[in-house]
Design a protein around this ligand. Structure first.
Ligand code: HEM
Length: 416
């Protein structure tokens, strides 16, 4: 056993046993972050805080929620909303949080795309981020089912039905996911387990992995400049703080983050207290009824863009039915972001507005995603169906064209 000398302070006592001083240096005061970053770099920390808030509010809801088709609806809409003291507050925090977290995820993702933060060396940050996106989507979808309202039931029905489109195993896969031939009590209890246990555990693991993946390539900066972190951190430690291009994670970077987080929390609690309705569909205040289909079935706003890609193909092309084309396009739309680091063939790490061709691609994509989201909520009839088709096609073409556009860009700027 190692020799221990008598500690002079409590800190030293813990340091001898747990290496807390070294640990706090590695994780906090000597973890270097570039100086040249703006408020958009606070989104990652806001996401980490939002996840904690969702877990805490979820634990309170869990004390009264009943995962049973005969009791779920009343346990939410009556027990939690009316009987339990401040139950409404925890429900609003949870529902508004679940919606707003996607807004922040999208801002975080598109900041990464705008600044090219997924490029060479940072691929694993991007891939782990996409894993988090998939896990949050599964968490959002499974949670939406729990109040057992009309939209919970029918959204679960439509989304699980999508898996039926997979060749050969599709039909059996749908039964396996639902635990029955139709959406029923067994579906509710397994989605409950996924929502409160398995997916949150996986999210925690993925967040740890995402943070770890950031450690070696380091965080990108506003101009995309590469520099020597060793050299810059030495300058900082030598007292040349103005000259150094880096700041320590704690206390400098985190104080910037807390400032942005403060503004975000004002906005968030304003929504929780005064505008919570946007996060709760009125149709979901009717109890689930498998015999009464709602006039329009649509998912939460953050899934609308991909839902519209699914619906966009409503007619047969070259002998392939609209339904099959929609399913293929939907699969493509959900998988394509994962391989973005390999689709962008230009090594240039710069903000999109300084990239001659990519900037058009980026803003086209933004507009297209907004159009898809807006039309995803409208009934797919008449002109709406054609707008849906055109914007779905635009989405596919944009991603197919990306390697060619970025290759041409790399040629134009001489590979820089
Ligand atoms: C949902 C949970 C997530 C959490 C808690 C999280 C957290 C963080 C944090 C703390 C950072 C460093 C600071 C910053 O740039 O904000 C970061 C960076 C990054 N994240 Fe995430 N993130 C999440 C999801 C995602 C998603 C969905 C993506 C997209 C695929 C993503 C991609 C990235 C990228 C590319 C960076 C590097 C940014 C840079 O180098 O400038 N993250 N993340």
């Amino acid at each position: 056993m190692a020799e221990f000398k008598k500690a002079d302070s409590m800190l030293e006592w813990f340091d001898q046993r747990l290496g807390v001083i070294k640990f706090s240096k590695v994780m906090m005061s000597e973890y270097w972050i570039p100086k040249e970053i703006n408020f958009l770099w606070a989104m990652g920390m806001i996401l980490a805080v939002m996840f904690k808030l969702l877990v805490i509010s979820g634990i309170f809801l869990l004390m009264y929620y009943k995962p049973d088709v005969n009791m779920a609806f009343d346990s939410v809409n009556y027990t939690i909303m009316q009987e339990v003291a401040y139950g409404w507050l925890f429900r609003h925090i949870h529902a508004v949080g679940a919606s707003v977290v996607f807004l922040v995820i999208y801002i975080h993702m598109f900041t990464g795309i705008y600044y090219g933060s997924y490029k060479k060396g940072r691929e694993m940050i991007w891939v782990s981020g996409m894993l988090l996106f998939v896990l949050f989507s599964a968490e959002g979808f499974s949670g939406y089912m729990l109040p057992w309202g009309q939209m919970s039931y029918w959204a679960a029905y439509v989304i699980t039905e999508i898996f039926g489109g997979i060749p050969v195993i599709g039909d059996e896969l749908v039964v396996w996911i639902r635990g029955n031939f139709y959406v029923s009590d067994s579906t509710l209890t397994r989605f409950f387990m996924l929502h409160v246990l398995l997916i949150p555990l996986a999210i925690i693991g993925a967040i740890v992995f995402h943070f770890y993946a950031l450690r070696f390539p380091h965080v990108n900066n506003e101009s995309g400049e590469f520099f020597d972190y060793e050299e810059e951190s030495e300058k900082y430690l030598a007292g040349k703080k103005k000259e150094a291009k880096v700041i320590p994670f704690w206390p400098v970077f985190l104080s910037k983050d807390f400032f942005v987080l403060g503004f975000f929390m004002l906005f968030f609690f304003y929504l929780v207290f005064f505008h919570y309705n946007f996060a709760m569909d009125p149709v979901n205040f009717d109890k689930a009824d498998g015999l009464k289909t709602p006039a329009h079935i649509y998912p939460e706003w953050y899934f609308l863009w991909s839902y519209e890609v699914l619906r966009g193909f409503f007619f047969e092309i070259a002998g392939v039915s609209g339904k099959d084309l929609g399913l293929m396009a939907f699969g493509f739309a959900n998988a394509i972001f994962l391989v973005l680091p390999w689709l962008d063939r230009s090594p240039m790490v710069k903000p999109a507005n300084q990239r001659p061709y990519f900037k058009y691609w980026f803003w086209f994509l933004m507009v297209d995603l907004i159009v898809l989201t807006v039309y995803g909520k409208l009934p797919p009839t008449g002109a709406n169906a054609w707008v849906g088709f055109a914007s779905s096609m635009t989405f596919l073409v944009l991603f197919i064209a990306l390697p060619f556009i970025t290759k041409a860009e790399a040629k134009k700027v001489g590979g820089k």
